[in-house]
Design a protein around this ligand. Structure first.
Ligand code: A2P
Length: 344
């Protein structure tokens, strides 16, 4: 076994902590682990495989000792500054931020969908946006078989996707509600919002990431552009509405897809269920369909509510749910590392 060394950057955050959990579960052939975060958390302890590790501060010299892999989940600015430094020292970076996703020299990879792109890496591999990952796992086998003509995304995204501050806003809203306080008076001194512009408890916000000149949010444009890059369909017509909902974890998505080719609904369901990483949950008569509560803690993408869209010649509606912190971030990154190890 090669003496692989791996660093987790942003080890104290929501994705970093889940990455540590997934690494424990997966038992990859890695001999040495290092956990990095900002100066604020340097010195904190993390228990990993029953052993205590001290979190170190990320600096320009963190990669001098030589790492094979680093999983970055510490935000775009940190990735922009430190991922190239790590890569220049021979480390392969799997980056969870959006910093490099649309860079044509950086592969954007979901292992079930486009693993062949991994070999094109020049030291940095981008992990797609969480809502894109689960969508493309469901769409890839359908695009291969029936050729997608157009996609309409509508998402229902959990607060964990917004990091610790997003979770705080929901939990704080629940606390205020339980205390009988008026949650609409969020501007009062007692009710501080750390992430969202409005309370997320008892609310839905059609606003994820910032608004752009074209009226879309950056999250919506990420879904559109990243889907095109991963499916290698640069001109595919796609539209998206991304919404934050008061759910702690796991994103749900309604995906409307139109195809060039005709399809048989049974054949389409079989195509989905035989694709790696997909679990079909589609028995509406028994109230069986994918739900966020059941997807949480899993790495698979759950697909159901599969029904023909009768408003077009060849179209289908899907309900797609996955754990946004596992498959949408930490697990996808670790699956990439796993594939890279398999190929060496
Ligand atoms: P820290 O805990 O020291 O702030 P989340 O998105 O869940 O809030 O997590 C963000 C993660 O990114 C945390 O581990 C955080 O570390 C880390 N992080 C944020 N900014 C930096 C930075 N400038 N350098 C290193 N790590 C950072």
């Amino acid at each position: 076994m090669k003496n692989y060394k791996l660093a987790v950057v942003g080890a104290t955050g929501v994705v970093g902590r889940t990455a540590i959990k997934v690494l424990e579960e997966k038992r990859l052939p890695i001999k040495s682990y290092t956990f990095l975060a900002s100066s604020k958390s340097a010195g904190e302890k993390i228990t990993f495989f029953g052993k205590e590790y001290i979190v170190k501060e990320l600096t320009e010299h963190s990669f001098d000792e030589g790492f094979d892999f680093a999983i970055f989940s510490a935000g775009g600015d940190t990735s922009k500054k430190y991922a190239p430094i790590a890569a220049s020292k021979g480390c392969i970076v799997v980056d969870n931020s959006s910093a490099f996703r649309m860079d044509e020299n950086v592969p954007l990879v979901v292992p079930e969908v486009n693993p062949e792109e991994l070999k094109n890496n020049k030291g940095i591999i981008a992990n797609p946006n969480c809502s894109t990952i689960q969508a493309v796992v469901a769409l890839k086998p359908l695009d291969d078989k029936y050729k997608i003509k157009r996609i309409v995304y509508s998402t229902y995204q959990a607060v964990s996707g917004a990091g610790r501050n997003g979770i705080y806003d929901l939990e704080n809203g629940i606390k205020h509600f339980k205390e009988g306080k008026e949650i609409n008076t969020f501007e009062s001194e007692n009710y501080t919002l750390q992430k969202f512009p409005y309370p997320i408890f008892n609310n839905c916000l059609p606003h994820i990431d910032v608004f752009l000149e074209n009226g879309y949010t950056r999250e919506e444009m990420k879904m559109i552009n990243e889907t095109r890059k991963i499916l290698n369909r640069s001109n595919l017509p796609i539209t998206a509405t991304t919404v934050r909902v008061p759910v702690l974890n796991s994103h749900s998505e309604s995906i409307n897809v139109e195809f060039e080719e005709d399809f048989d609904i049974k054949d389409l369901k079989n195509t989905l269920s035989s694709f790696p990483g997909i679990i079909l949950v589609d028995d509406p008569k028994q109230n069986k369909y994918p739900i966020a509560l059941y997807a949480t803690g899993h790495d698979e993408v759950f697909v159901g509510r599969i029904r023909r869209d009768y408003s077009v010649r060849s179209g289908v509606n899907l309900w797609v749910v996955a754990d946004n912190i596992r498959k949408g971030a930490a697990s996808n990154a670790i699956q990439i590392v796993e594939k890279l190890i398999e190929c060496t």
